[in-house]
Design a protein around this ligand. Sequence first.
Ligand code: SAH
Length: 347
Amino acid sequence: MTKKKQDIRALSKEALRDFFINHGHQAFRGNQVYEWLWQKSAHSFEDMTSLSKDTRAMLETHFVINHIKVDQMQRSNDGTIKNAIKLHDNLVVESVLIPTETRTTACVSSQVGCSLDCHFCATARLKRMRNLNPDEIYDQVVAIDQQSRLYHKRKLSNIVYMGMGEPLLNYKNVLASIEKITSKEGLGMSPKRITVSTVGIPKMIVKLADDGVKFNLAVSLHSAIDEVRSKLMPINEKSNLAELLASLQYWYEKTNKIITFEYVVWEGINDTKKDAVALVKFCKKVPSKVNLIEYNAIDDGEFQQANPEAIQMYVNTLEAHNIVVNVRRSRGKDIDAACGQLANKTA
Ligand code: SAH
């Protein structure tokens, strides 16, 4: 019977060094392999040209490299690129490259499917199959960095964990991926350029604060009124706005980082003055800013984007209380690459 080969990227640098020592080699070979795996993002042992043929063959008998594969790439007429990413077990997630004048942002997935049931989101209709491993998240970033260099002639500048899945329900692997992305032995990116977006799970937000993370936090709020939010996002029935707020205040106390609220205004759901005033009140309780995101229709119309007057009413109400607000236009809509549209649909 053949022994199942181990995923080499699940090993720490120390474990790799130990492996070489135990197989009669010098420990520094472990460092070399680690560098090939992470900094140079090697797809196969054959690529590791600084190792002898025998060493590569030995690695081959013990390990596999479960690299992701960009299975299909779609380019939007606004420069956005959507990738269908095939994982080693043939499951598929999506990652998006979003270019602006000055930046290229990678939007990465953290889970295959999603277990939350936000009624306006296309990913919610996919069953949650599994969590992504740290290397599978890391690979998405590397793939998009390469596309950014190729198509936009510059390196990746920002990363948002706003693809498929709920990052805080894959806590350990998401943090491990960020550790790799920010470490000098990985991509050496600053955590200030990374944003993790969550539906808002208070217990996990407290944990982030306690763990002293250095990246930014965005919360999908969509309403500051419990009854309204619970109808949109069932998670709000488990932990309401008061609990969410307490965890965010704790986050700010510990990290000193202001929170971004993501918010879609829908016709007949949260488009009145009362809704905007509730949002102002909520924002006043914790240092924060608001991104008003355009709604991307996912079906026949239970939800509809509010009219421009309602959006302007929100902007005016927030600004009158000195709360920073940005209106975010959708990107990549023509290829179903925009927020909430990721559902493994291909052309
Ligand atoms: N689970 C995390 C990460 C997904 S981020 C989270 O909920 O924050 C995706 C962002 O797009 C979230 O802010 C989500 O609320 C928003 N979104 C989901 N469906 C959308 C849609 N159809 N149109 C616009 N935004 C949507």
